[in-house]
Design a protein around this ligand. Structure first.
Ligand code: PGA
Length: 252
């Protein structure tokens, strides 16, 4: 049985990264079962495939399309960047910011992530902001210190957090490794994130927090039942419609 947390809507978001589903985009969308039980589905494809996904999702109220990144600038001479306003203009509804691959492979710091989230929200996108510690930090007992630094950048980027903000807790050691966080670790860390957000915003901010990191049909049920987990951000397993459907089924 799924235990509901603060936010009624649960979300299951596919982060395709720099991949496409082997079965093809049209086939993938056609195979997606209609989400039940108030579940909202999301897909974040690589930039060039946003329009095709936006059209495929046009008749599906249970499916929203978003990007994996955006610029922290509105427009101008920033070669290779894509603005949040451009994403809104083609029908994207959310954007992932601060994914650990952006933070660690592309050097994005918490201040930049906070600015990106702010401009995304100001442009009408729902920011889905990822936070998470590396393995060494967890082993050193520094998980909360890392999360607080990341969340502080976010709070400072906004002043006040927008009501439509989504967070994703993605421990870096669990991303793409098959080494999923135990339900206890995920649940406890979600509680820590809520406590940090409350402290940094002087209370009153209720955020919805997704878990990400090696989520699969085999572990989704135990994770969602751990409490405090409002949905999932899924990488590898989101490239197969049958696996994605199987994960969605745990919310039903
Ligand atoms: P994974 O990726 O499910 O392949 O671990 C999750 C993510 O990076 O968002």
């Amino acid at each position: 049985m799924v235990r509901l947390t603060r936010m009624e809507t649960r979300r299951l978001v596919a982060n395709w990264k720099m991949n496409l589903p082997p079965e093809g985009i049209e086939q993938f969308v056609a195979s997606l079962q209609k989400a039940a039980g108030g579940l909202q589905l999301g897909i974040a494809p690589p930039f060039p495939f946003l329009p095709v996904l936006v059209s495929a999702a046009a008749h599906r109220e249970d499916l929203v399309i978003g990007a994996q990144n955006c610029s922290d600038r509105e427009s101008g001479a920033f070669t290779g960047e894509v603005s949040a306003g451009m994403l809104t203009s083609i029908g994207a509804e959310f954007v992932i910011v601060g994914h650990s691959e952006r933070r660690h492979l592309f050097g994005e710091d918490s201040v930049l992530v906070g600015r990106k989230a702010r401009i995304a929200a100001d442009s009408g996108l729902r920011p889905l902001v990822c936070v998470g510690e590396q393995e060494q930090s967890r082993e050193n007992g520094e998980t909360e210190v890392v999360l607080e630094e990341q969340l502080r950048g976010l709070v400072e980027g906004f002043g006040e957090l927008p009501a439509n903000l989504l967070l994703a807790y993605e421990p870096v050691w669990a991303i793409g490794t098959g080494k999923v966080a135990t339900p206890e670790i995920a649940s406890e860390t979600h509680a820590s994130i809520r406590a940090i957000v409350e402290r940094l915003t002087s209370g009153g901010t209720q955020v919805s927090i997704l878990y990400g990191g090696s989520v699969s049909p085999d572990n989704a049920d135990a994770l969602v039942n751990a409490g405090g987990i409002d949905g999932f951000l899924v990488g590898g397993a989101s490239l197969s419609s049958s696996k994605f459907n199987a994960i969605a089924a745990v919310f039903g």
